[in-house]
Write a protein of this length. Sequence first.
Lengths: 298, 298
Amino acid sequence: MSAGLCEKPLFKKCCILGLGLMGGSMGLALGEHKVVRERWGYDLDAAAMLQAKKRGAVDRTAALPHALADAELVILAMPVRQIMRTLEMLGQNVSCLPEGAIVTDLGSTKEKVVQAMDAVLPAGVSGIGGHPMAGSEKAGIGAADALLLKNAVYILTPARQMKAAALHKMRQTVRAIGARPLVLEAAAHDKMAALVSHLPQLVAVALVNSLGDSGQTKGPLLRLAGNGFRDTTRIAMGDPGMWYDIFQTNKLFLKESLQIFMKELDLIYNCLEQEDEKEAIARLSRAGSVRRQLTALS
Amino acid sequence: MSAGLCEKPLFKKCCILGLGLMGGSMGLALGEHKVVRERWGYDLDAAAMLQAKKRGAVDRTAALPHALADAELVILAMPVRQIMRTLEMLGQNVSCLPEGAIVTDLGSTKEKVVQAMDAVLPAGVSGIGGHPMAGSEKAGIGAADALLLKNAVYILTPARQMKAAALHKMRQTVRAIGARPLVLEAAAHDKMAALVSHLPQLVAVALVNSLGDSGQTKGPLLRLAGNGFRDTTRIAMGDPGMWYDIFQTNKLFLKESLQIFMKELDLIYNCLEQEDEKEAIARLSRAGSVRRQLTALS
């Protein structure tokens, strides 16, 4: 099936738990492309629920477990540690889900989520971790937008308790909302995300704080900061609570990436100390050529 | 004097050594604002000299030491290690410069330059290091543009052999071309530049090479790299030779910055290991608020 309207809804009922930026955007996209006949939603914040309904991100809202009853698709749209807690709760209410139901999430790290799915979901319910590679500086249901997911790479990480038919249906769903499914093992996702997303975030934060530590953020220091510094540290303005959650739930792969990175820093610095111009330039050139591959891709 | 045309040229003759992006832009700016009556230039590359003249970046070109004779302003526009070598050469030809002449440069690090000025310039010639905070991804005289210097912060770092009148004249020159002079000690410049420019460059290079080291630059890894990675590593595409020159001539302050940065990385990572959420979030929040100061400035 290509992107666009579903000829027939893939699901009769879905339930989105967490109606913020991502949950709201997912709800809007599922509605726009008619993927689900009836979209139910729940959020701890009553105002968010109200707004989600008003904006058309969900058709109905209800308390738990009522919102979940008979849902063929359950979408957990919250920070990862909260997803883990919600999955525990779900384990106690799982009897209200029909045979063949799919439980998925929109969290930024995947191994912990998939482990929690493995621990609580019964044989008849399929767990599939999900990570749409999309976001915004803004947060909350007010910023939700179906376009956020358009053309996004959307990672799917199957849990052990998963039927092939469920994965097929999840891929259809991702395509239906205009995103691009990519199936990966949860650990492979987390390892790569540590390198291309979590490590750069940590590094940007540490770069900015290095300025702070030098006790010089007043005066000429910031006047000397040009576009290079601006670009390199832009992401340091990301939401601290969200990033703590990501770092904490991907600690081991982040540590591994950090070690690779620090080793590389040492190698380049040693070239400078030893005035090994040839090797230093080789490393600088290599970075430029790998980075240009990325530019060519976009 | 405000930015704009000089009522009367500040200098009868200047000589720009090195007619690439920066030297060419400086020549164009000095011409446009009529700061110098006659702009002479020299470059090792004869084609660059020809093009500089054709583009109006200089009025005349000549070989050395002829181009230097009677120049009241000498501008060294080349990488820092080459500036140091050129200053040695200049020391042997300094008798062709008039009493009261100014020797300046456009290099990215300042302490080595000012030390070299101190070593070779006679009492009658004033040395003033210069660093216009401006650049482009492009290089060479073809990319030269007077607008490059417009509104740029332009650091001036006096050498010991400098007369107050010379500094005054240099500030007038910087204002005349529309840039904003900021006088700093050479070491203070280099220490700050290490933190806001050279360290971020080294870090961006190491981030990209960390991907390379992981042996995964083919396949899904680059599909997972989003805007965060793109922004953080954009500067890794900078010219390797230029950056090696900068790193090499600011090695000690770069090392100091690297140590501050690595300590900060360790501190944040330790918060994660010890699950000290409060302290971790405090550090992430602090980075966000320092970085927002920068956004507010621009």
